[in-house]
Design a protein around this ligand. Structure first.
Ligand SMILES: [Zn+2]
Length: 221
């Protein structure tokens, strides 16, 4: 299975031991408080009991190991990845907080709306008001506007090849934070070359140091 990987300019920290080659994915981390609303029928198989301790939506640090913010959803493989990363962190006396895992297309659309709103340009995109992830003509113009302004945001769908779907929607990305994002990024790199990573079903493909988090792109083993 081919996964596409595109590393965002300026913030990428490619994990050199893994050849990403032609693979392209756009990295994106959510900084805004966009709700992780669960849909009745999920777009991807999520695990109900991932075993990761839950903290409040604003918590930015953990005592030891790994925790996830309330509302963060994970697939079984993402949960196994996070759990192994947590074991590594514990072994070195470190900690991190997961702020995003699997995101629904609707959640991704909500991020686009939040970015447009935060830039004060909502009136430029009236079609966004009743937008749906499936109807790309309702969000594509806004997404292109954001991309042109270097706002790191991925699309809710591929829009017939015109946009890059978020890796979070595919269950192939996890965002983490901690006391220092640079430090978290270096911990992810160390984990990726440790024996703990060998037990995880997903590999670290690349690490993107985003403004509000460390975005980890993952590849199935
Ligand atoms: Zn992300």
């Amino acid at each position: 299975m081919v996964n596409l990987l595109f590393i965002k300019k300026g913030h990428s920290l490619p994990f050199h031991k893994i050849k990403v080659g032609f693979i392209v994915i756009i990295a994106f981390c959510s900084m805004a408080a966009v709700s992780n609303s669960a849909t009745a029928k999920s777009w991807i198989a999520l695990t109900k009991h991932d075993g990761i301790p839950v903290v409040g939506k604003r918590t930015s640090t953990a005592k030891s190991g790994i925790v996830k913010r309330s509302g963060v959803q994970l697939t079984t493989k993402q949960a196994a990845f996070v759990s192994n990363f947590g074991k590594y962190l514990k072994s070195v006396g470190e900690s991190a907080v997961v702020t995003s895992g699997a995101r629904s297309p609707q959640h991704q659309l909500g991020i686009i709306k939040a970015r447009v709103k935060s830039l004060g340009v909502t009136r430029k995109f009236p079609e966004l008001k009743h937008a749906t992830a499936q109807r790309s003509n309702t969000w594509l113009r806004a997404w292109e506007f954001l991309r042109a302004r270097h706002v790191p945001v991925n699309a809710p769908s591929s829009a017939g090849g015109e946009a890059a779907t978020s890796n979070h929607i595919k269950g192939l990305a996890v965002d983490v934070i901690g006391r220092s994002l640079d430090h978290i990024a270096s911990l992810v790199r160390s984990f990726a070359s440790s024996s703990f990573a060998h037990k995880a079903p997903l590999l670290v493909a690349s690490i993107a140091r985003e403004p509000g988090c460390v975005h980890i792109n993952l590849l199935p083993r």
